[in-house]
Design a protein around this ligand. Structure first.
Ligand code: UD1
Length: 376
């Protein structure tokens, strides 16, 4: 049984990964500042994993555990803070053997107006994390990278060897962190690092208990479409009907978040089982679907009609982005197992049961959100 630290573990991908890792008996420590994540998500993760009640050990620290099995400890903290990171490594008595680094900012438009914030959280946050890993003798890291690194290439499908040409500050920070991690691995051959380049993660856990809960207006297609289906938004705007694709709308590689979460479990297993190395892998399905194909699949799967209007292209978009996922299959025996219909069914199960997501965290103490009992 390994003890793993997840930065940003209360977010969309982090929370689903927590569940997968708890189901395989891991002990987890999550550090999250709740800027785009929710304590309620982890309360539900603990419930789905069958963990016991939450215990509040201090003002910023809660634990749920199963006797003799998995455990989930949550610490409110910031990855840029050495003090918070040291606490995260020490909080359960030390012994953290690997880190999954999800914490980061990810909205492309916002990164263009607030580049300093993006460089600070995404790059400085990773530098601080690496320093803390050094202090706590931990050299295994799985990093949330992105297909955004490939920019607006026309190459289909995209292999890991394609040139990296990000086109916005968010993408530059992901490229900078990949470079940083490569330099760190070169400086000391003891490191075990996976750079996982996600394509378009969507869907939700099939229970409908956890899912994506973006702050404010969703930037991405799938959460927007779910909110239109639920009546929270009037109609979907399809960005461009004149792309060089079969139906004129943009084509993307959508992968179910549970497949992605399992990919993290596999990456961890491979890093821990094999000699130290760097893995750079695309995580995608290898299949592309257009905006209109996704809309139709959502409608057919869920028996709904989604109003939409085709509008101008969004600046910075590309026609097609599809992964070549063969290296992930070759290196870690992973490939997506869930279909577009599974994605649409599970996304709607989450949205229809939680029309306002997890509800607002604001003004509510985290202990109250997760229903923790105070312990001395
Ligand atoms: C976007 C980001 C990417 C980031 C990824 C995950 C841009 C240009 N790219 O990828 O850097 O890594 O999210 O956070 O922002 N679409 C609509 N209407 C909408 C929203 C999207 O038609 O309201 C279309 C887009 O034009 C695209 C497809 O849907 O063809 C998918 O868009 P989206 O979900 O935003 O993902 P990406 O653009 O692939």
């Amino acid at each position: 049984m390994t003890k793993v630290l997840l930065t940003g573990g209360a977010g969309f991908i982090g929370s689903h990964t927590c569940l997968v890792l708890l189901e395989t008996g891991h002990q987890l420590v999550v550090i999250d500042d709740f800027s785009n994540g929710s304590a309620e998500a982890l309360r539900r993760v603990a419930e789905l994993a069958g963990l016991g009640p939450w215990r509040q050990a201090s003002a910023e620290h809660w634990t749920a555990a199963e006797p003799g099995g998995g455990s989930l400890t949550l610490l409110r903290g910031d990855v840029r803070s050495p003090r918070d990171l040291d606490r995260a490594f020490a909080i359960t008595g030390g012994g953290i053997s690997a880190v999954l680094h999800f914490a980061g900012l990810k909205a492309v438009g916002e990164s263009m107006t607030q580049p300093l914030r993006y460089w600070d959280v995404n790059v400085t946050g990773t530098v601080q994390l690496l320093e803390a890993m050094g202090r706590h003798a931990c050299q295994t890291l799985v990093f949330s990278s992105s297909a955004t690194l490939y920019g607006t290439t026309d190459r289909v499908p995209i292999p890991e060897t394609a040139p990296l040409q990000p086109i916005n500050p968010y993408g530059y920070t992901k490229a900078a962190v990949e470079r940083l991690l490569t330099d760190v691995a070169t400086s000391d051959p003891g490191w075990r690092i996976a750079l996982l380049r996600y394509f378009n993660p969507v869907g939700a856990h099939p229970s409908g208990r956890i899912g994506e809960d973006p702050n404010g207006l969703p930037n991405n297609l799938f959460p927007f479409l779910c909110q239109v289906a639920g009546g929270r938004r009037q109609h979907l705007e399809v960005f461009g009907g004149d792309w060089p694709t079969p139906d004129g709308t943009g084509v993307r590689d959508y992968l179910h978040v549970m497949d992605l979460a399992e990919g993290h479990g596999r990456a961890l297993d491979v890093l821990q089982a094999e000699p130290p190395q760097m893995l750079t892998l695309n995580l995608g399905s290898g299949h592309g679907y257009s905006v209109l194909e996704l809309v139709r699949s959502f409608e057919t799967t869920n028996g709904l009609t989604l109003p939409y209007a085709v509008v101008e292209r969004r600046p910075g978009d590309s026609a097609v982005s599809v992964a070549d996922p063969r290296e992930a299959e070759r290196r870690m025996g992973w490939r997506t197992r869930r279909s577009l219909a599974d994605i649409c069914r599970d996304g709607w199960a989450w949205q229809s049961a939680n029309p306002q997501g997890y509800g607002s965290n604001e003004g509510q103490p985290t202990g109250a959100l997760i229903g923790a009992q105070q312990v001395s």
